[in-house]
Every structure is written in structure tokens, then in C-alpha cells.
Design a protein around this ligand. Sequence first.
Ligand code: IMP
Length: 179
Amino acid sequence: MLNDINSVLLTEDQIQKRIAELGAEITRDFEGKDPLFVGVLKGCFMFMADLMRCVNIRCSVDFMAVSSYGNRSVTSGAVEINKDLSEDIENRHVIVVEDILDSGLTLNYLVNYLGVRNPASITLVTLLDKPARRRVPIKVDYAGFEIPDAFVVGYGLDYAERYRNLPFIGILKPEIYND
Ligand code: IMP
């Protein structure tokens, strides 16, 4: 598995330090608001688990599962909801937690999809932001790292469902997905 990685972009240590900062900011900004954190599966699972341990306020957690990629490294443009929320979000402060913001299509779709349920607010958190690839304008409220236009895996992020278990974020060798 490690042979498929070109280079390490973000180490475990860098990731954890940044998540502690994001958690502290969210704790400060949402004190007393009892927000609902909505993780976007599957990619968010490690980030969500670590972020939630750095958020020290009353809150709840739910998940959605969406797919936009299939087994390809380029977006199909279509977003499919595979699992919806199990909580009612009317009048709740919703904080959507994503692993990576790429074209913006997924978050843009989710903001519209959840917006019609009348939440009190929708806030967007992403661990990684690849601004060079944006296809729709979208404003994230909390972003962990701005990264270059490379396909990355690890820490929850996959290529064809593999590499999610890497503890760091690495750049995949192009020959892996150009086959
Ligand atoms: P967007 O809709 O193009 O912004 O892409 C969001 C989704 O695409 C993420 O939740 C990931 O599942 C996937 N994605 C985008 N870029 C990468 C990458 O570099 N590695 C792995 N998955 C990615």
C-alpha cells in the first residue's frame, strides 16, 4: 500500500494540530447553540472522530452518505444521497463536515438539499480545500488546509475504496489512477 504513495503531504502530527485549532474555533463560535454535526461519509470518518474530540460543547452528531465519484478520480458531476439524516434539522444549527472540497459540487448540492428543511444555519467545515479545481463558487467557514491540485488519499480519503486507513494524507502515484 505504501508503495503506491508518491509523497506525504500532511503528517499525522500536522493533521492533529490543525484539528485542535479548528475544534477550539468551533467550540468558541457555537457555545450555547447546541449544533448538529453532519459528517459526509465515507471520507469524513477519521476527521469527524478527531474533530469531535476537540469540540467541547453540547452538540449532537449525525451522518449522511453521498457518492459523486464512483471509482474514478474525476468527478462525474452527479451527487447521489445513499444515506439521509436520521435527525430533524428544523431550527438546528447544522455543521456539515467534509473531508475535501474539490469541485464544490457535493457541498453545493448538500447546502441546497438541507437548506429546504429550514435549519437555523448551515456551516461548512472541510479538512482539505483544493481551490484550483472549483467548478461552483462555495464559501467554507472552516478549512483545515489548502492543498495543491493533486489526488490525495489517506486519513479517510480513498481511491477506489482503498487507502482510507493510512494515518497521514499522501499524494497517490499518478500511474495508479491512470491505468
Ligand atoms: P467535490 O464534489 O468535487 O467538491 O468533491 C468532494 C468529494 O470528492 C470528496 O468528499 C471526496 O470523496 C472526493 N474527492 C475529491 N478530491 C479527492 C482526492 O484528491 N482524493 C480523494 N477523494 C477526493
